[in-house]
Design a protein around this ligand. Structure first.
Ligand SMILES: [Zn+2]
Length: 240
């Protein structure tokens, strides 16, 4: 272990359970008149009845509470009587192979698949029994865009997606950003910086590894604010 890596690791505090919603974009016509409000209401009611599908996205850095928010929405759908399929990539087996587990300890039984076409094939006719698909760690699923658009547009499913909007270099990760243009809502969560009291916007990799899809927890990543992302990432990059 190199000295700077050691110092970074030593400075990481446990992520606090402080999750702040930084923004929530709900699609609208851009005109807040009564007719657009009425149209939006009709769209919501149609979505409720399963007449049209819907895509809701939860993004943010690591340790921002994305999985907790996903599971909260799953509970809401289940409370409304909808059958929900919880899905995660089989790449992510950090906590449990067949459960989605949040950092605050909640969990839900899930399907694990290497891609969503495989999941669709595995489910067969059972696919039609589910009205909601809740997808966690969506950045690891290579056919996310194709599945979401078909499920929402054609099959009238309600899709809730949680994933990283950027990797440790703040660059696009998988197809999470690709589904923003076909989504009904985008919620961006922030965590708490591991080095100060500001909001954490980015995931800083503290392990000396350049692979994009390096699965890990607090041993490999720390949530950081903009200042600490820039200053500590420079230290880390110089060390590689
Ligand atoms: Zn900071």
């Amino acid at each position: 272990m190199r000295p700077s890596q050691l110092s970074l690791r030593g400075a990481v505090r446990s992520p606090k359970a402080v999750h702040t919603r930084t923004f929530c974009v709900e699609r609208s016509s851009g005109q807040a008149d009564s007719s657009s409000a009425a149209t939006s209401k009709i769209a919501d009611e149609e979505s409720e009845k399963g007449v049209v599908g819907r895509i809701d996205i939860i993004v943010g850095p690591m340790f921002a509470g994305k999985t907790s928010e996903l599971l909260r929405r799953v509970e809401q759908h289940e409370a409304a009587g909808r059958k929900v399929a919880v899905v995660k990539s089989s790449v992510d087996t950090r906590y449990h192979a067949t459960r989605v587990v949040s950092h605050d300890g909640k969990s839900k039984v899930c399907f694990a698949a290497s891609n969503l076409r495989e999941l669709r094939n595995q489910l067969g006719d059972e696919y039609h029994e589910y009205s909601v698909f809740a997808i966690d760690e969506a950045q690891f699923l290579p056919d996310l865009l194709e599945f979401c658009t078909t499920a929402a547009d054609v099959d009238r499913k309600h899709i809730v997606v949680a994933g990283l909007d950027g990797d440790f270099k703040r660059q696009r990760f998988g197809q999470v950003l690709d589904i923003v243009s076909v989504a009904d809502s985008v919620t961006k969560l922030a965590g708490k910086c591991a080095y100060c009291d500001k909001q954490a916007l980015f995931s800083l990799r503290i392990a000396a590894d350049e692979r994009q899809a390096l699965v890990g927890g607090a041993d490999k990543y720390a949530p950081v604010c903009r200042h600490h992302y820039v200053s500590l990432n420079n230290v880390r990059t110089l060390d590689l």
